[in-house]
Design a protein around this ligand. Sequence first.
Ligand code: ZN
Length: 129
Amino acid sequence: MKQELQDNLVKKYPKIFSEVGSTPQQSCMAFGICVDDGWGWLLDELCRELQFDTDNNNEPQIVATQVKEKFGGLRFYVNSATDGQYGAINLAEAMSMSICEQCGTTQDVSQTKTGWIKTLCVKCQKKEV
Ligand SMILES: [Zn+2]
């Protein structure tokens, strides 16, 4: 993910991303948000919903402990969460399977069949090869 994009998310949701800037011994967030730019808007939507629930509905504060891509899907690990919060996270993780990780489109998106599994649109898959 571009540094600028990550900085924006951290600035917008400082409590969720409070472990960004830790050392690797303290938190996996030391490595930052380890997904490509295309999922930036999905993370933005997810964090907005989580923070809104914390600020307005007395849900506990979520702290992201690791954000990465695995088997073509988003993985958003947190310290702890309620069932409702896990529901929002699971939904975002499921949605990532139909969003191009590079450009963020939802058009003609599929998982690559060879090598490392990535979720990409037709155009970005051509660029990858
Ligand atoms: Zn794409």
